[in-house]
Design a protein around this ligand. Structure first.
Ligand code: SF4
Length: 360
């Protein structure tokens, strides 16, 4: 996949989860391929260099990098998502034999403040300088403005497909495959596919199953959606870090200094525990997403040992208990497919939600 995405004459960067300024890469003509693990058993023994109580995302990523899985790329970007990825930024070059540039991006934590925006802006400039070393050409501000416009169109379409989910005649397995293609496709290609799908959005309700909301990290294994569909449910609201949390809730106004716009966008995203912030505000956001989507139950789908996600879980459980929402907790380790036991739990949950909707 990585070799296939590498286009002659263009640099390619593998990107660890979650948040990073894609616009900067587009403006500098650099392809990105996101590395969510990858799923399945680790490719190579180097996963064992990381303690067993770290998540499968970082264990698999180290094994993959060390075994040469990403040798076709020119660099790897390690956003400062959590302690584990911060550690990986050091471990991969030291222990994994990674000899290409290890780029870092410290995305904003906490609330929107002038000082925080100035910090993000400085981080963007620093990253742009590192990328310029890679490509041999500096960032051109007009190209950044164009890239911001392009990604704003992508964000709008992704937002429309997610928020008007019930009016789209496309099952979740196909919709999520489409949305996740943005993790490796060039932005123009991803935009064309999204626009094509968005033409299927109508005024008539197409999804008639049991509406559920999902919050969590990354939808792996993707067979989760097949199992939910088979059980008669669909995802009416998405709060996956890999999907819905990367669509700005209120896109910043364009115009003005593109670097300022990009810094503002970092604070316009839905609340995400990997960016810290006010937990109560996040609970408000989740409860509002749930209410407006008409969901009848919540699935919390996290990676085992994921500190940021697990830190918020008690608050989610409390908040949704207060709302009276049925909740299913699923913990994954990037398996290739769901176990029979998990499928049974999903089916039982959908049945319970359905029964609850029918009772007076
Ligand atoms: S799953 Fe959680 S712990 Fe693992 S890399 Fe992602 S944020 Fe960090």
């Amino acid at each position: 996949m990585i070799s296939a995405r590498k286009i002659q004459g263009r640099k390619t960067v593998a990107v660890l989860p979650v948040h990073y300024p894609r616009e900067l890469f587009t403006a500098m003509d650099i392809r990105t391929v996101e590395l969510w693990g990858p799923p399945g058993p680790p490719r190579g023994p180097d996963a064992g260099r990381i303690q067993t109580y770290a998540c499968a995302i970082v264990r698999n990523a180290l094994a993959f990098l060390a075994s040469g899985g990403a040798d076709a790329v020119d660099a790897v970007l390690f956003p400062h998502t959590c302690d584990s990825i911060q550690g990986l930024a050091t471990l991969a070059p030291d222990f994994g034999g990674w000899e290409k540039p290890a780029l870092r991006y410290l995305h904003p934590k906490g609330e929107d403040r002038p000082a925080a925006r100035a910090f993000v802006r400085a981080e963007l400039v620093h990253l742009a300088d590192r990328l310029a070393e890679l490509t041999g050409s500096p960032l051109e501000i007009p190209r950044l403005a164009a890239a911001i416009g392009l990604h704003a169109k992508i964000d709008r379409l992704r937002g429309a497909l997610l928020s008007r989910r019930a009016f789209l005649g496309m099952g979740d397995p196909a919709l999520y495959r489409l949305l996740r293609r943005g993790e490796f496709l060039g932005p123009e290609d991803h935009l064309a596919e999204l626009a094509d799908a968005a033409r299927g959005l109508g005024e008539e309700r197409m999804q008639r199953g049991i509406p559920l909301m999902v919050t969590g990290y990354v939808p792996e294994p993707m067979t989760l959606f097949d199992s939910l569909e088979a059980a008669g449910a669909f995802i009416a609201a998405d709060d996956y870090a890999a999907v819905g949390r990367r669509v700005p809730a209120a896109p910043p106004a364009v115009g003005g200094d593109p670097l300022d716009t990009l810094a503002a966008k970092a604070f316009a995203m839905p609340p995400c525990p990997t960016r810290g912030g006010d937990q109560d505000a996040r609970m408000e956001y989740l409860a509002s997403l749930y209410r407006h989507s008409g969901a009848a139950g919540l699935i919390v789908h996290v990676q085992k040992f994921c500190e940021p996600e697990l830190f918020d879980f008690p608050a989610i459980r409390r908040r949704f208990a207060r709302i009276g929402a049925p909740l299913l907790y699923l913990e994954g380790e990037l398996e290739n497919s769901l176990s029979g036991q998990v499928i049974t739990r999903l089916e039982a949950f959908v049945e319970m939600v359905d029964a609850g909707r029918m009772s007076p």
